[in-house]
Design a protein around this ligand. Structure first.
Ligand SMILES: C[S@@+](CC[C@H](N)C(=O)[O-])C[C@H]1O[C@@H](n2cnc3c(N)ncnc32)[C@H](O)[C@@H]1O
Length: 210
């Protein structure tokens, strides 16, 4: 994310909200660049771990992004496919509205998501991977507007299985969500080097909005 802060030419006085921040890896990095950073995440255990990194200009708090913020920020970063969890589009749009309302005038929103179109074009329906002597069976599908990854494996004497689920959100749909809440898309990038977005080739869909 160094590239994006340099591209946006954010002054060091910028207060960035990293939402959701998980265990705080991007917040810590952004803070190391000299920015004041607040990280928010719904997962209490992640925030508990992230709090170990706190300092005068780096704070973490439990926050559900469906709820409005108490503070205003100069920039909000939503990184590493941390959106599109909800069946109902209105909840996703509410999150964007909260972010918009939580930004100072001229504030930036940076949205970093998987490139759904490339995922669809290259979908590997089934594969097996061995990591640390554990065999993972992976099945992928796109159903009812969601990209689903089913993972199952046997470890510690037990069978485990879980599903990762994220909404199929392409550039067109995200642009329509952004427009609904009054965000104007300024830039569209296709990777962390900030190359132009290509629906067929890019790994990421990165939007910068104001
Ligand atoms: C894919 S992780 C990425 C976290 C972080 N951006 C990173 O790159 O490490 C997505 C995060 O979204 C959080 N999350 C899910 N629903 C949320 C919600 N309603 N409000 C806030 N955080 C949420 C999860 O707890 C998880 O930490």
């Amino acid at each position: 994310m160094k590239n994006i802060t340099a591209f946006l030419d954010l002054p060091k006085t910028t207060h960035i909200l990293d939402l959701p921040c998980g265990k705080g890896r991007h917040s810590v990095f952004l803070n190391s660049l000299g920015y004041k950073v607040t990280g928010g995440d719904l997962a209490e255990n992640s925030i508990q771990l992230a709090k170990n990194f706190e300092n005068d200009t780096l704070k973490f708090k439990v926050h559900d992004m469906r709820k409005p913020f108490n503070n205003k920020y100069d920039a909000v970063f939503n990184l590493f496919t941390s959106f599109g969890y909800f069946d109902n589009d209105e909840e996703d749009i509410q999150i964007l509205q909260n972010i918009k309302n939580g930004l100072n005038t001229e504030g930036y929103f940076v949205f970093d998501f998987l490139n759904a179109e490339k995922v669809k074009l290259n979908l590997v329906a089934e594969e097996t991977k061995i990591v640390d002597n554990i065999t993972f069976h992976i099945k992928r599908e796109i159903t009812n507007g969601f990209i689903l990854k089913h993972i199952s494996f046997f470890a510690d004497g037990n069978n485990h299985s879980y599903t990762e689920k994220v909404k199929y959100l392409d550039l067109e749909k995200m642009t329509s969500f952004f427009t609904k809440v009054g965000f104007k898309v300024c830039d569209v990038f296709g990777d962390y080097h900030l190359n132009n977005f290509s629906a067929r080739r890019s790994d990421r869909l990165i939007l910068v909005a104001k």
